[in-house]
Design a protein around this ligand. Structure first.
Ligand SMILES: [Zn+2]
Ligand SMILES: [Zn+2]
Length: 103
């Protein structure tokens, strides 16, 4: 049964040898085939570390269990006071995409 709307908590799992992005929440059977991962950046997910909602980006999706930008930076030893998460996402996005970002 499709439950109430919630933010999926994505993680990467294997089903019958196929990688899929699956929601880890108990009452949810949502999953995304791995080949659809290009459309996943920009979707919300719950951080495996702090539980906060964050927006998936390709670098974050390299993890089996994506964590939010702030936790990711902390893990890398970068301690930023992030006031505007959009700036950070834009910053990371510029590193991964060749497209120029116009201001
Ligand atoms: Zn879900
Ligand atoms: Zn987090």
């Amino acid at each position: 049964m499709p439950g109430k709307k919630h933010t999926h908590k994505y993680n990467k799992i294997e089903i019958a040898g196929q990688k899929v992005w699956s929601c880890a929440l108990d009452d949810c059977s949502h999953y995304m085939p791995y080949y659809l991962r290009q459309i996943m950046p920009g979707k919300g997910s719950l951080c495996w570390n702090c539980g906060n909602k964050f927006i998936l980006t390709e670098p974050l999706m390299e993890r089996e269990r994506p964590i939010c930008m702030q936790c990711d930076l902390k893990e890398r030893g970068i301690n930023l006071d992030v006031n505007n998460i959009d700036d950070i996402i834009a910053m990371i996005g510029q590193n991964t995409k060749d497209k120029t970002v116009e201001k």
